[in-house]
Design a protein around this ligand. Structure first.
Ligand code: PLP
Length: 438
């Protein structure tokens, strides 16, 4: 594939975007895709292979979004494609239990501290269901979350959320009932005193605290050492459940997800976890899981109802299973090395162009903040120069590199990012850094 030359033609994408806007709000089916924060026309992608995306105008791009995380092995991996083709040939949905569901659940249980899982179709459903389960199991209503963490578009979890909510600078969202928002306590991330004060004031009413294992939806903001362990202990002391949202980090940040970065080392275990993205291998599959006794509250064993027509879909679970089985230690070593090369080169180019920036990482996930200070919470993330990011983004795009169209997102690499793809990124960085400086 040939990367786009500078200022690629975008006529076909523009025409499609115009048609899309007539029939779909904003022309997109998920807000950040609309390029609102960076301006310009979103590229309409027609195919993808390995580390590359091809658009409707025939331009090729090195993909540093990887479908916002899922494509750990790269696009159209031949073994995943073959497993999916085989599954499709046997029918696409039965509404009955199937073998791939069992095998994917076993794979997830073997890699994480959860004892049992239930499959759903999106990360949003996973966090929504985990919260219902926490409320059902504890008989309490309040939910604690952190500003800048995004857990999907669930009513009580949209307050001061990251990702698209942060990108579009909407403080919350209309359509969420006040009663729902009133049951959510939003705290600053990495702030132990705020957590302690919330539990001191409301402890007996708190059903659960939900946090991203390592926040990635305000850019990457790692927990300060011991912060997740402190959250787990605080929850335990107050009879609340600790939910670690690994929809983004699961099987991505490390082989054991975000938990592999601290929980596996420090020895604490969340009560419930949520997964999505990588475990669906590019198909709509997600899950929530946890201690066996807690999961027993779910119907049909228990009284917390949760269900889904396409939950555990055989094609999606086959794709997820094939992906996880191919995600070996060598794959994670490659992701780590590739991420390090790109983030170090980005920092070098920005330093050479005198652009204030901070690079933060969580395993192979990383993001570049366009501000000179380390970022420890959403207030810090919001200090960055989003105009500089937009200039940087477009200069990279013009040179054939597709970054997230928002400064509040992680960058993702895949097992398919080879020397040619990485060289394309490295070659584009100096001019993009100069564009960000002007
Ligand atoms: N939780 C986290 C941490 C996420 O990053 C996301 C999506 O980006 C979600 C939940 C929601 O997942 P989905 O978009 O599949 O509904």
């Amino acid at each position: 594939m040939t990367p786009a030359t500078t200022h690629p033609t975008t006529a076909a994408s523009e025409a499609l975007f115009e048609r899309a806007r007539a029939v779909t709000p904003g022309g997109v089916n998920s807000p950040v895709r609309a390029f609102t924060a960076v301006g310009g026309t979103p590229r309409f992608i027609t195919s993808a292979s390995g580390a590359w995306l091809s658009d409707a105008d025939g331009n090729d791009y090195v993909d540093l979004i990887c479908s916002w995380g899922p494509m750990l092995l790269g696009h159209a991996h031949p073994e995943v494609q073959a497993a999916v083709a085989d599954a499709v040939a046997r029918g696409t949905s039965y509404g009955t239990p199937t073998r791939p569901e069992v095998e994917l659940a076993e794979e997830i249980v073997s890699r994480t501290p959860v004892e049992r899982v239930r499959f759903v179709s999106s990360g949003t459903e996973a966090t929504m269901s985990a919260i219902r389960l926490a409320r059902g199991a504890t008989g309490r209503d309040l939910v604690v979350k952190f500003a800048g963490c995004y857990h999907g578009h669930v009513d009580p979890l949209l307050a001061e959320a990251g990702s698209g909510v942060a990108t579009l600078a909407v403080p919350g969202t209309s359509g969420v009932p006040a009663s729902s928002a009133a049951e959510t306590l939003v705290l600053p991330y990495n702030d132990r005193a705020a957590v302690q004060a919330a539990f001191d004031a409301h402890g007996p009413r708190i059903a659960c605290l939900i946090t991203e294992a390592t926040p990635g939806n305000m850019g990457i903001v790692p927990p300060e050492p011991g912060f997740n362990a402190f959250l787990a202990e605080t929850c335990r002391n107050h009879g609340a459940l600790f939910i670690s949202d690994e929809v983004m980090t699961g099987f991505r940040a490390t082989a054991q997800g975000g938990w592999g970065l601290d929980g596996a080392v420090e020895g604490w275990v969340p009560d419930l976890m949520t997964f999505g993205k990588v475990m669906g291998g590019g198909f709509p599959a997600a899950a929530f899981g946890g201690r066996s006794d807690l999961m027993a509250h779910l119907a049909p064993e228990g009284r917390v109802y949760q269900a889904g027509t396409l939950s555990g879909n055989p094609v999606a679970t086959t794709a997820g299973l094939a992906t996880l089985r191919l995600a070996t230690d060598e794959v994670y070593a490659h992701l780590d090395a590739t991420a390090r090369t790109i983030r170090e080169a980005a920092s070098e180019a920005l330093t050479a162009a005198s652009v204030p920036h901070t690079v933060q990482t969580a395993g192979s996930m990383f993001s570049v903040f366009f501000s000179g200070e380390p970022v420890r919470d959403f207030a810090g993330a919001s200090q960055q120069d989003t105009t500089a990011y937009a200039a940087f983004f477009h200069a990279m795009l013009d040179q054939g590199v597709y970054l997230p169209p928002s400064a509040y997102e992680s960058w993702f690499v895949s097992a398919a990012h080879d020397e040619r793809a990485v060289t394309t990124v490295l070659d584009a960085l100096p001019a993009a850094a100069r564009a960000a400086a002007t």
